[in-house]
Design a protein around this ligand. Structure first.
Ligand code: NIG
Ligand code: FE
Length: 395
């Protein structure tokens, strides 16, 4: 297969700190070039240092001075569902609060949908995400909440990604109202057995109105015993012990982190657990944005993701989330771009994506602008020019 050389890159974000300026996590190269071979990044460097043999053998495409960044790694989404909750959003904008119970209306609509309907929608979301620069997507179940329906959702999710998360413990379904522990018997029993073969991750919604920290621990430990790795939804609607539970179990990520106390921040900062912030949720629920600055200053690794779902955050746009992170969460544009790429990769414990240095997957995005700052500076504007996944142009 012929190699492809992308030349005249105005600004290349490698996320390899050895390649950029001192102290720069984004490893930025100016006036750069990048060689793609067999779906991987084979070489990066200054345009002036391209080996002559490479110029002779590769197909050369000029990036005309624009910025190139790693494809976004969206480490948190709920893309397999039926129905629509736009009326709930409309009511929230008129002052109604967000309630976790809304999840049950999506459960009813999802159970009523056929596999083909769910899959067609899922493919539609994946395409819309790729068009916005996302090349790695995590997808959760959690709108089936019966053994058969959860198994159906993880099986469908596995058709579009390797990063499938079993979230049977999303809320207690209506038929188990008042019997949360009976429902969890099902989750850690028959449901887990049916879902584990199609999943990499186990997740739980540890929150008032969903599951307690003890119940969450039970779910996560059962998932781990079945070979899944833990990740946690916590501190979205109020403070709680979910963040510390995630750290205690060595979770790859704890997501939302909207309400944190000093103990939570200290626990995260001494850990390998990424804090994944989901600013689309605060946008769509009118809750206060999490304070990314506080976390970063304490040495916590921060990722940002869309949390695409019909209830709390129905954006699939990582550029929009980057703009929110910069405007509302105290992140610099460089921190936000890192969090949306390398941070997401770390939240999925992946080293092959989220960076553009030799050996990484050739998942990359050409912007229409000379800098990634424009992602926050020009919110809502379609700035993605081209997208490659595994070295293949997709957009
Ligand atoms: O990540 N927090 C729990 N689950 C989703 C919301 C799901 C819904 O409202 O349908 C979330 O925000
Ligand atoms: Fe979520």
């Amino acid at each position: 297969m012929t190699a492809a050389l992308l030349s005249d890159i105005g600004l290349l974000v490698t996320n390899d700190p050895r390649l950029g300026g001192a102290g720069e996590k984004t490893g930025e190269l100016r006036d750069a070039a990048l060689l793609i071979q067999d779906g991987r990044v084979a070489w990066v460097g200054a345009s002036s240092e391209i080996p002559a043999a490479m110029l002779d053998s590769a197909d050369v495409t000029s990036m005309r001075g624009s910025a190139v960044i790693p494809g976004f790694v969206d480490s948190h989404s709920h893309l397999v569902f039926g129905g629509d909750r736009s009326a709930e959003f409309e009511a929230r904008m008129a002052g109604r609060p967000y309630e976790a119970g809304g999840i049950r209306s999506t459960v009813a609509a999802t159970r009523a949908a056929t596999d083909n309907e769910l899959l067609a929608r899922l493919h539609g979301f994946v395409e819309e995400m790729i068009a916005q620069g996302t090349t790695t997507i995590e997808v959760k179940s959690g709108y089936g909440l019966s053994a058969a329906d959860e198994a159906r959702l993880v099986r469908l999710a596995a058709m579009v990604t390797d990063e499938v998360t079993f979230l049977g413990a999303h809320v207690v379904p209506a038929e188990f109202a008042g019997r949360a522990d009976d429902y969890l018997d099902l989750v850690v029993g028959e449901m887990l057995t049916a879902c584990a073969p199609h999943s990499r991750w186990i997740d739980v919604f540890c929150e008032t109105g969903a599951f307690t920290v003890e119940q969450s621990k039970r779910v996560l430990e059962a998932g781990m015993a079945a070979g899944l790795s833990p990740r946690v939804h916590a501190s979205q609607l109020g403070p709680g012990a979910g963040v510390r539970l995630a750290v205690e179990l060595g979770a790859a990520s704890v997501d939302h982190c909207t309400y944190l106390d000093d103990e939570d921040v200290a626990a995260l900062s001494g850990s390998e657990t990424v804090a994944t912030l989901l600013p689309g949720v605060e946008f769509s629920t009118r809750q206060p944005y999490p304070n990314a600055r506080r976390l970063i200053d304490a040495g916590v690794t921060v990722a940002i993701a869309c949390d695409t779902n019909p209830g709390s955050s129905f954006t699939s746009s990582m550029p929009f989330c980057i703009a929110l992170a910069v405007r509302e969460m105290g992140m610099t544009p460089a921190e936000a771009v890192w969090a949306a790429t390398a941070g997401g990769a770390q939240a999925l414990r992946r080293t092959d994506v989220g960076r553009l240095s030799p050996g990484a997957r050739a998942d990359l995005v050409q912007l229409k602008t000379p800098s990634y700052v424009h992602l926050a500076y020009r919110p809502g504007v379609p700035l993605i020019s081209r997208v490659w996944k595994d070295g293949i142009p997709r957009v």
